[in-house]
Design a protein around this ligand. Structure first.
Ligand code: ZN
Ligand code: ZN
Ligand code: FE
Length: 744
């Protein structure tokens, strides 16, 4: 006896729109002889199919296992309903209201099929820089409003030719409903401009001429996927120095673009995990160990270089045509947001670029390249933008609608929308008016995209952050969230960690409610609240903010705390005598010398005492040099770093460290013993607190050595350790934690 047919309703949530899921469902249902329909919905994609129960079960299983690789289900629910006698299978038009909150997809690197077509002289897209399909191509960067349909993207102005329309309408074609579909006959075109905006060449000739500019040692501004990039020959010390001078970027490393994985591996060593990250659909910049094949100016003083592979056919064609590794850095002046519009680029990049490779597809949203690094075997994002944003962080418990304004450095904003939190792409440090305007635009445009009206706005406790000022200007209730609590909550949220948990939040600077600068914090999170259960012993920072750029000041404050005015020569050597006198005066009077428990400043102090770095030209530089100096194999010994009440006391650590330096112990070992001590200190506190779940957050955990030793030591001591994988451990993750704190 056969059972009667049933109607099955499936709701797939997550990143399921605009990546060919509806055509896939159409093909699958048709092939299995199941009538019904599919449409984009509020949560993602809705499907109804009708047929015998066992075939419906098989359909559900294949829906999970055979989906397009870039589709990510955050959840899938199904229910069996009364059959309606459906006939045929249709892809229903999206309802504008319904599709609002669906997972908007990030931009995805060019797929192998598209690249094959672009390199096939017989294909109609041969050497076409804007080829894409349902498996790849621009999404978020061209999206103006939801649902993700062509009229709502910056492809709106390009009328499809007959050949493209035929592909677009053919359910068996890879470009079925590919909203950004384009070809040389109907799609965007390249132009090469001189710095005054005169067109020098068009189409493929523009691409070849642009490559020739780079080969001749000049600096090219190229309109990429989410903004302009600046390119130059990475082997040419003169070109790299010119780019640094014109961009006002002294030493902060530049990223590289290599044409192929083989070319990338010629530049740097890459483990299997690093290779997989390089060739992933997200295609971030990956930090790798340099082989020294490019000039030193690319990443001064660093054994690591950031390498990415081309992300679009345009990047691929240009990289091939150039034929060697290029510096590929954001098109901006230091600390300003990335340029997206060609007229704006001509103005803002006029003193930097010698030529402009532009095109006529508008960029709807600025999206920088993402940066990632493998830590303890898994990808850790240091900058989350192209390829990742705005994928939601899905949460088990719903939040009320709040907007989070983020921190000050590496700012992102976030929205608590149904089912999770959407964290914006990296915006940048809010030091310039341009960056502050970009933050406001990003917040407003995300709110418009999700038709979102916040009930409250979350921000940091720091009164002077531009993000705090902005939050207070919004005219809705403001929820102030302590910086390190936000760090810990963000890591708990992305790992769905239940309370109680011990949060270890170590970073450079965060506003402490007790009038000191926090940054070496142990927070016990339970009952929706937190308690500071331990922290690093505090020390004064002569000159306050200036100490961020001058690790020698952190060293002076730390040493003063132990030795008073009898400062050790490892500290005084970094100052002229009158400078020391002035700073000692500040310390004695307790003026302009805020006290801090910052782990970042402890790193700075040790880096300065060890003679590695007295001044920084970018955030975290001294701590990075200490990390790079470490003998990674040496785990046998650690400096003493005892718990003293609720304080981790660095005094014994510093005393023995100075003895080692005077005893000519090599810096690689000194640094290893320092990192080992920090990990042991974390274990001591975790044992003292005695909760099983330990959460690691804050910028210090971008340090691979620190993160790996902490994870290893804590796990060996029996703790369940959680760390950031989808949002950065640095302040780029703060908005997520703020949204969770204010939204629940
Ligand atoms: Zn493709
Ligand atoms: Zn066409
Ligand atoms: Fe922080």
């Amino acid at each position: 006896m056969t059972l009667p047919d049933l109607r099955m309703r499936v709701e797939a949530r997550g990143a399921v729109q605009g990546i060919g899921l509806r055509p896939f469902v159409h093909r699958l249902a048709t092939q299995m002889g199941l009538p019904g329909w599919v449409q984009n919905s509020a949560a993602g994609v809705e499907i109804e199919v009708e047929g015998p129960r066992e075939r419906l079960d098989a359909f559900l299983a294949r829906l999970r296992t055979e989906k397009p690789p870039v589709a990510v289900y955050h959840g899938m629910e199904h229910a069996f309903l009364e059959p309606l006698g459906l006939r045929g299978f249709e892809i229903r038009a999206s309802s504008a209201a319904g599709a609002r909150r669906a997972g908007v997809l990030p931009d995805i690197a060019a797929c192998p099929e598209c690249l094959r077509e672009v390199s096939d002289p017989a294909d109609r897209r041969f050497r076409y820089p804007f080829a894409n399909c349902t498996h790849c191509g621009p999404r978020y960067s061209i999206l103006e409003s939801l649902p993700y349909d062509r009229p709502n993207t910056s492809m709106r102005g390009f009328a499809m030719c007959d050949a493209c329309r035929a592909e677009y309408e053919n359910p068996r074609d890879r470009r079925f409903h590919a909203q950004a579909i384009a070809c040389p006959a109907c799609g965007p075109q390249l132009e090469l401009w001189d710095p005054t905006g005169n067109a020098l060449a068009r189409g493929d000739a523009a691409l070849r001429a642009a490559a020739a500019e780079v080969r001749a040692g000049r600096i090219l501004a190229m309109k990429g996927l989410g903004g302009f990039l600046l390119l130059c020959d990475a082997r040419d010390a003169g070109a790299v120095a010119r780019l640094r001078a014109r961009k006002h970027r002294e030493e902060k490393p530049f990223a590289l673009m290599a044409a192929t994985l083989e070319a990338a591996k010629a530049l740097a060593e890459a483990t299997a995990a690093e290779e997989a990250l390089l060739v992933s659909p997200e295609a971030p910049i990956v930090l790798l160990r340099s082989r020294g094949a490019v000039c030193a100016g690319v990443a001064p003083g660093s054994p690591l270089i950031g390498v990415m592979l081309p992300t679009t056919p345009l990047h691929h064609l240009l990289a091939q045509e150039i034929g060697f590794a290029v510096v590929a850095t954001s098109g901006n002046l230091s600390d300003e947001p990335i340029c997206t519009d060609e007229r704006e680029a001509l103005e803002r990049l006029s003193g930097i670029a010698d030529a402009f490779l532009a095109h006529d597809r508008p960029i709807a949203r600025p999206v920088d390249d993402s940066v990632a690094r493998i830590i303890a075997g898994r990808a850790t994002l240091l900058r989350r933008a192209r390829g990742y944003a705005p994928m939601p962080i899905v949460l088990g418990t719903p939040l009320r609608p709040v907007m989070a304004a983020g921190a000050h450095l590496k700012n992102t904003v976030a929205l608590a929308v149904a089912g999770g939190v959407v964290v914006s792409q990296h915006i940048g440090d809010l030091d310039t008016a341009g960056a502050r305007a970009a933050m406001e635009r990003t917040a407003r445009s995300l709110e418009a995209l999700y038709e979102f009206q916040p009930e409250a706005v979350a921000c940091d406790l720091h009164p002077d952050y531009a993000s705090t000022v902005y939050a207070q200007s919004r005219g809705v209730p403001v929820v102030r969230v302590q910086h390190h609590f936000a760090h810990v909550l963000s890591c708990m949220a992305e790992n769905e960690v239940a309370e109680p948990a011990l949060g270890i939040a170590w970073d450079g600077t965060g506003w402490g409610p007790d009038g000191t600068v926090w940054g070496g914090e142990f927070l016990l999170v339970r009952d929706n609240s937190w308690q500071r259960v331990a922290h690093l012993r505090t020390f004064p920072l002569p000159g306050g903010e200036a100490a961020v750029r001058e690790p020698r000041r952190a060293a002076l404050g730390l040493a003063y705390e132990i030795f008073g005015e009898a400062l050790p020569p490892e500290v005084t050597c970094h100052f002229r005598p009158e400078e020391t006198r002035v700073l000692l005066g500040m310390l004695r009077a307790g003026v302009s010398a805020p006290r801090t428990s910052s782990a970042g400043r402890l790193f700075d102090a040790v880096a300065a005492v060890a003679g590695l770095r007295a001044r920084c030209s970018y955030e975290g530089q001294a701590a990075m040099q200490l990390e790079f100096a470490t003998d990674d194999e040496f785990t046998a010994e650690a400096y003493p770093f005892p718990m003293n009440g609720s304080l981790l006391d660095w005094e014994p650590l510093l005393r023995v460290l100075l003895d080692d330096l005077r005893g000519a112990v090599p810096i690689s070992r000194v640094s290893a013993k320092f990192h080992n001590a920090l990990a042991a200190g974390m274990v001591a506190v975790a044992r003292h607190v005695g909760v099983e779940r330990v959460v690691l957050s804050g910028g210090c955990f971008q340090n691979r050595v620190l993160a790996e030793r902490a994870i290893e030591a804590l796990e060996a001591a029996g703790f369940a350790v959680f760390r950031h994988l989808r949002v950065p451990p640095n302040d780029g993750g703060i908005a997520l934690g703020q949204a969770v704190a204010a939204g629940r």
